[in-house]
Design a protein. Structure first.
Length: 573
């Protein structure tokens, strides 16, 4: 171990890289196979990928047999690819983002080493690794970690060309990956914002970027449009040939509603313009904000004298501003800016001694988190209503959950006596890593039954099994996880339909054949069914789920405007 640490502190590029990636791989990959896809987004993407493999239809994402127009298909393709190779969805669904996280760490390390030194590259990658938002997304199955990777490749290529170059090969690669980012999640073009500070420097001094910022830069659109066309052209040809209302609606939704309209006129996740600055960055980018505030005069001086740092910092600010302008905001939107900010911070603060107050703030944070964890553990053991409510279906898990809280509190408390000013940052990083190792094992195992509807589905299957082969299940106001966990043939009535249309279609379907049942949440406000007499199937997704039979059907129900029914292709999860 001492030899490994000694090697890690040296300036051997490849030796440090091997240790860095091995260390990061343990943290990021640990937990794969332990947990299932968890709400809110993971089950949706995984179900789409499962149906791609089950049906062979990879061009148009389908959720429960219905077109899923909210996101482009690249991320779902990646899960489907690993699923088709491995054959185990529980192992496959976390691998794409884990690999993207490792690639992003490598890119930050490599840029730091090339722009400054191996030690700066190492520290920049480690700083990124311990940042909560990065680790959360690298260990999850949401699109944001993948689009962060493609955007970081775009920034990497621009830096290799404009700052370390000229390097036209990397410049064109940047444009290709920006296009890949767009067909992953729309915002892959963000590296283009780097042109703003680059052009500003060129206008101020014609010697800047000589031979690099030329008319040949416009040729970047060639690989950009070629990559876009790989998905866009087959999609458009298929829509034009078949011209079904569903395909036309899919095309319009994915090209217009989920891009420009979603940005300019968002209909959910509405937040004020300062949301990222106040609510996201101080917590999810910790400890970067504290490091940036520790020596503002030093950073200001470096920004004035170092164009590289100014370009990196300007790009991060532009990205945050871009997302702040849109009324719709989620914390993960600003994730793509995090790798470059980690690189900027490490270069700017290289060999800068941390002030004493950094140590005090670190200690205060450790104390606060440890106290919260201890209080949570005591609250679980004493039966605090809000804390034990999620464990209603699993009372035997309460002592285990309390134990997890106490273990994490112990980790944070033990680190306090080791926290000194000269190694405060190192110890803070180690306690974050240790906590993640516990959460990725014991934490995942404990949370798995709480974050899935497995016990609800088992109860439904047992109940319907009493009706033999006639038992059929329909879903109303459902969650995608039910599609993943059920081994029964499932019918639903359009995820995109209004509540009234969904209910009317369900009533019509149930009345056509005996032995059909509907699963609904207990807070469903239905007029075609009597929810009060439903059979309780258990608690999941913060709701009780009720099974309705023909006995709960109203005598009359208004006919749906359009009959919509979707059968879910069944393939074991």
């Amino acid at each position: 171990m001492k030899n490994i640490i000694k090697t890690f502190e040296q300036d051997d590029y490849y030796a440090v890289l091997k240790i860095l990636l091995a260390f990061a791989a343990v943290i990021i990959l640990l937990g794969i196979g332990i947990r299932s896809p968890w709400p809110a987004d993971e089950p949706r993407f995984v179900e789409v990928a499962r149906e791609m493999v089950a049906t062979g239809n990879w061009l148009f994402p389908m959720r429960g047999g219905e077109f899923y127009p909210d996101k482009p298909p690249v991320f779902m393709w990646s899960i489907a690819l690993f699923y088709s190779l491995i054959g185990n969805l529980k192992l496959a669904f976390l691998l794409p983002n884990a690999i993207c996280g490792l690639i992003t760490l490598f890119l930050v390390y490599d840029l730091g080493a090339k722009l400054h030194s191996v030690r700066v590259g190492r520290n920049a990658a480690l700083l990124l690794l311990i940042t909560p938002q990065f680790l959360i997304q690298a260990k999850a199955a949401q699109i944001d970690a993948m689009v962060m990777c493609w955007i970081t490749i775009g920034c990497y290529g621009f830096i290799r060309h404009f700052i370390l170059g000229p390097n036209w090969r990397w410049y064109f690669i940047s444009w290709a990956f920006m296009a890949l980012g767009i067909i992953t999640k729309g915002v892959g073009f963000l590296p283009v914002l780097m042109f703003i500070p680059i052009i500003a420097y060129r206008l101020a001094n014609k010697d800047y970027f000589k031979g690099r910022l030329t008319f040949a830069c416009w040729l970047g659109f060639v690989p950009f449009f070629l990559v876009l066309a790989a998905w866009f052209v087959p999609m458009m040809i298929t829509v034009a040939e078949q011209a079904t209302p569903e395909l036309i609606q899919y095309k319009n939704n994915i090209l217009f509603k989920q891009t420009g309209e979603r940005y300019a006129n968002a209909w959910h996740h509405l937040e004020p313009w300062y949301y990222f600055i106040v609510s996201v960055i101080p917590v999810m980018w910790f400890p970067l904000p504290i490091l940036l505030l520790s020596s503002l005069k030093h950073v200001y001086h470096k920004l004035k004298t170092d164009p590289v740092l100014m370009i990196l910092f300007a790009w991060v600010v532009l990205v945050v501003c871009f997302f702040s302008i849109s009324p719709g905001k989620r914390g993960v939107y600003v994730l793509p800016a995090l790798p470059m900010l980690s690189l900027f911070t490490t270069i700017a603060y290289h060999e800068v001694k941390l002030p004493l107050w950094f140590n005090r703030i670190s200690k205060s944070i450790l104390w606060l988190i440890a106290i919260v964890l201890v209080v949570a553990g005591i609250g679980l053991l004493t039966g605090h209503k809000k804390l034990v409510k999620p464990l209603t279906a699993y009372p035997e898990m309460i002592p285990w959950a309390a134990g997890l809280a106490f273990i994490l509190a112990a980790i944070w408390l033990v680190s306090l006596w080791r926290l000194r000013s000269k190694n405060a940052f190192f110890n803070l990083g180690m306690v974050i890593v240790a906590s993640w190792l516990i959460v990725s094992t014991l934490g995942y195992w404990l949370a798995e039954p709480l974050r899935t509807p497995k016990h609800v589905i088992e109860e439904v299957e047992n109940t319907l099994g009493q009706h033999g082969e006639r038992g059929e299940l329909g879903l109303v106001k459902f969650k995608e996880q039910f599609l993943l966990f059920s081994q029964l043939p499932i019918t639903h009535f359009s995820y995109l339909a209004t509540d009234e249309e969904e209910e009317r279609n369900a009533w019509l379907w149930m009345g056509e054949k005996a032995g059909r049942f509907i699963l609904v949440p207990d807070d469903a406000n239905l007029t075609c069914f009597d929810v009060s007499n439903g059979q309780d199937m258990g608690y999941a997704h913060r709701q009780h789920w009720l099974l309705l039979s023909a006995k709960q059907m109203a005598e009359n129900c208004q006919a749906p405007k359009v009959i919509k029914r979707f059968s879910v292709p069944r393939e074991a999860y």
